[in-house]
Design a protein around this ligand. Structure first.
Ligand code: CP
Length: 486
């Protein structure tokens, strides 16, 4: 793996290697140069630290960097699709793309479509992996370890991508993360569940800021991401509720542990400082040193991405058997349900009662005027008490239709009938990847049609029962109840 897109992709060994290599670079300088390799630095969103540290890193490595800092002044303002912009830089023979974008999953989408490594400098409110790497470097530098520490993530845990990536990295270390935020900007529930499922421990969630200051080893402060709140009055009200809620002043540190370090990805917001200027001279304040670590960390990242690459984190997806055979005991469909008997075609039995019309819709049978079908609703069932049944004469469902059926009905039994006999019988389970089947409900996801970026919808099935499918781009999971078919 050579891309740096999301913390979900990395193993503990990958992160420890980046930390070690960064500290070696700080001590001994750059180990080798990548002379004259051309690099594109494409920052569609504002940045000071990430862009300049990446660009300085490339120059110090001997590379040639060009690109843009902010979409203003580029043809993005004329409505150019993301992939067109990136492809131009491949025509200029750039061998690595460093990018920041306002859409969640933008870097993943680009990486899927090009053959050179993509380094994500932040995508919407989703990920900021190299920020997390430099955060870990700073913690390691200060404590000589990461394991065993209490780390409080404070402030905007809903929209702040740095804390999303940092919490994902915490899954790999024996740390005690605290989530300190008011309810309306708390870490999304699915991210909390991801952590808890992965680690097998409950996260400590609190709004008691003083208790966190007095207890933890690392206080990771964040800016309220005003620009990511909903536009209009609803967003204004939401922001007013949380603006200034966790502002840190020097006097609040009196009972802090002597070894406490205060980190912040920066920038802080000068009109309502979440870390007051009087904290800057405190021995606890490490956020400027942390930002400085961006340069050697990104050098280490570039060298690794263009060198041997990363090991990657193993992900568990459901197995890929879509069709589960059921033994045909009595080859003929006969008996009480003569109402839906067919000689040739497909009989879909045991559909959850009331769900028959939805199944017809997702199979495209309602619109297809040439196909006859039989829908029997709320029939008696020995095993399921009640069921819907659909018979489609002369048609056997294809793989795409079976996948869609599996999304709507987990109980359905499919009988393929040939010459009045059940030729094949089975249940459908979902394929491991739902390709162009489900629409992502995250409004800021690059695959959302409203963004006009043409990222094809893709979900990974992590669990079939209950169904949990995760968007390939923004990483948000969805359940059967919430999924919207394309
Ligand atoms: N921490 C960080 O991403 O800073 P910039 O937005 O200035 O790059």
């Amino acid at each position: 793996m050579q891309n740096v897109i999301s913390m979900r992709d990395f193993s503990r060994l990958d992160l420890d290697t980046i930390i070690d290599n960064t500290l070696k670079i700080k001590r001994d300088g750059i180990p080798n140069k990548l002379t004259d390799i051309p690099v594109a630095s494409l920052f569609f969103e504002a940045s000071t630290r990430t862009r300049t540290s990446f660009e300085t890193a490339t120059r110090e490595l001997g590379m040639k960097v060009h690109g843009f800092a902010g979409k203003e002044g580029t043809s993005v303002m004329k409505g150019e699709p993301l992939l067109d912009t990136v492809r131009m830089f491949l025509e200029y023979e750039d061998q690595i793309i460093i990018m920041r974008h306002n859409l969640n999953g933008a870097a993943r989408f680009v990486a899927d479509n090009i053959d050179v490594p993509v380094l994500n400098g932040g995508d919407g409110s989703a990920n900021h992996p190299t920020q997390t790497m430099l955060d870990l470097v700073t913690i390691q530098e200060e404590f000589g370890r990461i394991d065993g520490l209490k780390i409080a993530l404070v402030g905007d845990l809903k929209y702040g991508r740095t804390v999303h990536s940092l919490l994902q990295a915490c899954e790999l270390y024996d740390v005690e993360p605290w989530l300190v935020a008011p309810q309306n900007i708390m870490m999304p529930k699915w991210r909390i569940e991801d952590y808890q499922r992965e680690v097998g421990k409950k996260l400590l969630i609190t709004s008691d800021f003083m208790k966190a200051i007095e207890t933890v080893d690392v206080l990771y402060m964040t800016r309220i991401q005003r620009e990511r709140f909903p536009k209009g009055p609803e967003g204004d009200v939401d922001y007013a509720k949380v603006s200034g809620i966790f502002n840190l002043h020097a006097e609040m540190l009196k009972k802090a542990k002597p070894e406490l370090i205060i980190l912040h990805p920066l920038p802080r917001y000068k009109h309502n400082l979440e870390i007051s200027m009087d904290v800057d001279c405190s021995p606890h304040a490490k956020y400027i040193q942390q930002a400085g670590n961006g340069l050697p960390t990104r050098q280490a990242v570039i060298l690794k991405a263009l060198g041997e690459g990363f090991e990657g984190r193993k992900k568990d997806y459901a197995n890929n058997e879509v069709w589960q055979n059921i033994r045909v005991v009595n080859g003929a469909k006969k008996g009480e349900h003569f109402v839906y008997r067919i000689n040739n075609g497909t009989l879909i039995d045991h559909i959850e009662p009331g769900r028959g019309p939805e199944v017809l819709k997702i199979l495209g049978l309602q619109e297809d005027k040439d196909t006859t079908y039989i829908l029997a609703r709320n029939l008696r069932s020995k095993r399921y008490i009640c069921k819907d049944v659909i018979g489609v004469p002369n048609i056997e469902l294809n793989e795409y239709q079976l996948s869609r059926l599996g999304l709507v009905s987990s109980m359905a039994t499919i009988n393929i009938i040939r010459d009045n006999n059940v030729f094949k019988k089975g249940k459908v389970s979902l394929p491991p990847v739902l390709d162009r089947l489900v629409e992502c409900q995250t409004t800021n996801c690059v695959s959302n049609p409203e963004t006009h970026e043409f990222a094809p919808s893709k979900f990974y099935v992590e669990s079939r029962n209950p169904l949990i499918a995760r968007c390939h781009y923004c990483e948000t999971p969805t359940t059967r109840k919430d999924l919207k078919l394309l």
